[in-house]
Write a protein that binds this ligand. Structure first.
Ligand code: UD1
Ligand code: MG
Length: 443
């Protein structure tokens, strides 16, 4: 049985190195704010509650957290006096939990399995250790056998301690007993004048309470402090997502050029060609091919469909099974029926297309009058000639034909043919006369 635990997420840091007006933890990785990743990982690990530590001026962060559908209690840390002080703020705001897992709001690659390991550990203080290629300025974990005895912050460490390769990943599992006993004993008598969460290790070890170690990979604990760090975390997350889909039977000719979102859903036997960008809210059905240079966002695509190359499908687009969206086509809020074809150079917005509709090249739904958006409806099997303008609101009946270049604003009945075009004039020999006149002038 998994122990119930509360996740303490620390997010009160200023994040000044991001050089952004947006609070750091609201910056996105794979289409989701870093805090969203942290909260989802906590929920997936089975946390019964999130205790979120924020600074007084971070209303935007609190509002975001409240919208996640995860039970969240807010703790305000008035001054950023260190990670230990932040945990104190959370503990003061917490109810009756026996086990706590502390994690950071700016480590978006943290895996739920690791948090579960910290939650389920029977020790009073459980450290998340890792061995980075470059130990840099991470806190160093001192061991006796397999048991952590202390974490020493880089700035407080002597040369011998700095030579330790086992580093503190930041997250930590704590028993209620450890928090009650050692929070009052934390001191800020150190190089940074901060209350350190890592000091729990030496306090517990010295106080006769148990400590333990859970190991993470270096990428799991990556913290984002700068735009460069954000780009690095994004790259790692993209690799994780690509790997997940490759293992699930999704084909990619050049995985490194495919970009996915945290919530992307793709069935088996989907092929993603190079340079496909999938933003949030996309699902793709079995057997569909997304051809090169296609951009998708907020779109659900059925089975055995063909999309692209160079297609842009915007939010609210639904593509039916076996439908085809070709090159340089943009869609928005469009319900495209089974087997329908929009093959070339079209804009289809605020539209409902029935089954097997054929949209000729260059067709435009004129959906916007500067104030409101209007609907275009096209019945099953209708054929829209190339270069037509559908001036919404307008309905084209089932099986109807619209002649090429028509600008239609009145409804077309089922099975009718409507052609709206200026009458054609033919003037025999005009070109020859025209050239003769102009060539005489030149000489
Ligand atoms: C921390 C650890 C270090 C570890 C490293 C791993 C401490 C003292 N050091 O250092 O051992 O190797 O993580 O990345 O814990 N925060 C608050 N309030 C505060 C201070 C920090 O909420 O008063 C939050 C920050 O927003 C951030 C997290 O705590 O999300 C970590 O703080 P940060 O200053 O980045 O700690 P590190 O220097 O990375
Ligand atoms: Mg950090």
């Amino acid at each position: 049985m998994t122990q119930k635990f509360a996740a303490i997420i620390l997010a009160a840091g200023k994040g000044t190195r991001m050089k952004s007006a947006l609070p750091k933890v609201l910056h996105e990785i794979a289409g989701r704010p870093m805090l969203g990743h942290a909260m989802a990982a906590a929920a997936e690990a089975g946390a019964s509650e999130v205790l979120l530590v924020t600074a007084p001026d971070q209303d935007a962060v609190r509002d975001y957290a409240d919208a996640q559908g995860i039970k969240t209690t807010h703790a305000i840390q008035k001054e950023q006096l260190g990670t230990g002080d932040a945990v104190r703020a959370a503990f003061d705001a917490s109810g009756k939990h026996d086990r706590f897992v502390v994690m950071f709001g700016d480590t978006p690659l943290m895996r739920p399995e690791l948090l579960l390991g910290l939650a389920e550990s029977s020790a009073d203080v459980t450290v998340l250790g890792f061995e980075p290629e470059d130990a840099a300025a991470y806190g160093r974990v001192a061991l006796q056998g397999d048991t952590p005895t202390a974490i020493i912050e880089f700035k407080d460490a002597d040369e011998a301690t700095r030579a330790i390769t086992l580093c503190n990943g930041g997250a930590m599992g704590l028993s209620r007993t450890a928090l009650e006993k050692y929070l009052p004993q934390l001191s800020n008598d150190n190089a940074q004048g901060e209350y350190y969460l890592p000091d729990f290790v030496a306090l517990a070890h010295g106080g006769g309470d148990s400590t333990a170690l859970v190991m993470a990979n270096a990428e799991d604990t990556i913290g984002v402090d700068s735009r460069a760090g954000q780009a690095k975390a994004e790259a790692l997350m993209q690799n994780r997502l690509r790997q997940k889909f490759l293992e699930a039977g999704v084909g990619m000719q050049d995985p490194d050029s495919v970009f996915l979102s945290f919530d992307t859903e793709i069935a088996t036997d989907v092929m993603l060609e190079p340079h496909v960008k999938i933003n949030v809210g996309v699902s793709i059905g079995q057997g569909t091919t997304i051809k090169a240079f296609t951009h998708l966002e907020g779109v659900s695509i059925g089975q055995d469909a063909q999309i692209g190359p160079y297609a842009r499908l915007r939010p609210g687009t639904k593509v039916g099974d076996e439908a085809k969206i070709g090159n340089f086509v943009e869609t928005k809020k469009a319900d495209i029926g089974k087997g329908a074809k929009v093959s070339h150079l079209s804009y289809i917005g605020d539209a409902e297309l029935g089954m097997d509709v054929n949209i000729g090249a260059g067709t435009i739904t004129c959906n916007y009058d500067g104030y409101n958006k209007h609907l275009t409806k096209i019945g099953d099997g209708a054929f829209i000639g190339s270069n037509s303008s559908l001036i919404a609101p307008v309905t084209i009946g089932k099986g109807a034909y619209l002649g090429s270049s028509s600008a239609v604003s009145k409804d077309v009945p089922d099975d009718a043919l409507v052609v709206i075009r200026a009458p054609e004039r033919e003037i025999k020999g005009w070109g020859k006369k025209f050239r003769a006149k102009n060539e005489k002038k030149d000489s």
